[in-house]
Structures are given as C-alpha cells and as structure tokens.
Design a protein. Structure first.
Ligand SMILES: [Zn+2]
Length: 222
C-alpha cells in the first residue's frame, strides 16, 4: 500500500479525534466516549464457549453494547473507544491462556486480516488497534490470499463459502502456539478460516478470543 495513503489516513484520524467532542456512546454524557459508569455496566466476566472443538473465550461484555461501540469505532472512526475494547480483550486473553495453563508470553496473538477495502475506508485495523491500546501486540502473519464479499449481508453458509481458503500465512509458523483474536463472533467462519490457514503454516491453534458472540441477525459490526 502507498505509504503516503497510510500517513494521510493516520493524520485524518488524529485530527478527527481532536475535533470530535466526547460523548458517551451508551448514555450520551459528555464525560468521555465511553464514560466510567457505562464502561463498568457493559463489562462482564469472561465466558468459555466452543466453536466445534476450538475453545472460545468471550469477554463477557454485553453483546448489544459491544456491537454499538464497535460501530462507533469502525464507522465513525472514534478510535478512543479502542482502549476500553482492548482492555476487555486483554481480560479474555488472560482467561484463555490461564485456562490452558500457559504463560501468556508463550502464546502468540493473531488477528484475522480485514479486507483491504475496510482498511482503505477506515485508515486503521480495529482489532490490532484495540490490542495496542491494551499494550498487546498481534503477530501480523495472516494476509488475504484473495478478495471476498462483505460478510454483513451473507447467510451462515454463504459466509463459510466466502471465507473458504481466503487467508494464508506470510511465514512458516512451525510449532508456534497461537490464540486467534477477533472482535465479534457470529457463525465463527472467520476464526475457523484463520485456524485453517495458521495450521496450514504449522502453527498450533490453542484457542480463540473475542469481545462477544452475537446471533447472525444482530451482527452489523463485522
Ligand atoms: Zn455513559
């Protein structure tokens, strides 16, 4: 991608952050983009679920509100919201690695790549940004092997077909333990495609983490 495009996208986002007055996405108070009281009321206790045999830990944050906050982050570019979302992801990651009996430093975090068109529109990758705001780093190994359709209007079966074989690893990952991290899980097709690509490169996928799991009909964040 052209480096000047990246610089202008980042500069635009920075200026937008300065210009936009703070307004809580949940209660509309002018305290912050997500005020302390709403942050506490949306947060929850991590939940262990499964995608087939893959262990999935969600943050326990209220799914409806997570979707609402993600829309503001992704569609309006309110990147200050990446911090509370990143902290909720961190809580789920800690739970996931503790449940495996593994030190967090021995598990690499990998995020399924967004379509290039999403990056061009937003100027940032939402989940890696959330992780950075929590002081965590995702290993940027997965890339889009081919183009795909926007998932939002697709059925579960169409999503699986749309994503089949779409990701690939840039490098061999022999024996590296990986936790797949995403924002919202609906059908699980994105995480399962990420696992396929990671395992094809030799990684050991030990689990997955997401902010929330929502039924297909309510997913408008991805
Ligand atoms: Zn609030």
């Amino acid at each position: 991608m052209p480096s000047n495009t990246r610089i202008f996208a980042r500069l635009g986002r920075f200026l937008l952050d300065l210009l936009l007055p703070a307004e809580c996405v949940v209660c509309s108070s002018d305290e912050d983009d997500l005020c302390a009281a709403c942050c506490a009321s949306v947060a929850g206790v991590p939940v262990v679920e499964h995608l087939g045999e893959l262990r999935l830990v969600t943050s326990g944050a209220k799914p409806d509100q997570v979707v609402r906050i993600l829309r503001r982050l992704k569609d309006r570019g309110q990147t200050r919201l990446a911090r509370p979302l990143g902290l909720w992801l961190e809580i789920a990651i800690t739970e996931a690695t503790a449940g495996l009996g593994l030190p967090a430093r021995e598990v690499a975090l990998v995020v399924p790549p967004s379509p290039w068109s999403s990056w061009r529109k937003r100027g940032f990758h939402p989940v890696p940004l959330m992780l950075r705001r929590a002081g965590l780093v995702a290993l940027p190994v997965l890339t889009n092997g081919r183009s795909r359709f926007d998932q939002r209007k697709l059925t579960a079966q169409q999503r699986a077909l749309n994503l089949a074989g779409v990701f690939r690893s840039r490098i061999p990952l022999s024996g590296i333990r990986v936790l797949v991290v995403d924002d919202v899980v609906t059908t699980g097709s994105t995480i399962l495609e990420a696992r396929r690509a990671l395992e094809a490169a030799g990684a050991v996928v030990v689990g997955a983490v997401a902010l929330a799991r929502v039924p297909l009909r309510r997913d408008s964040a991805n």
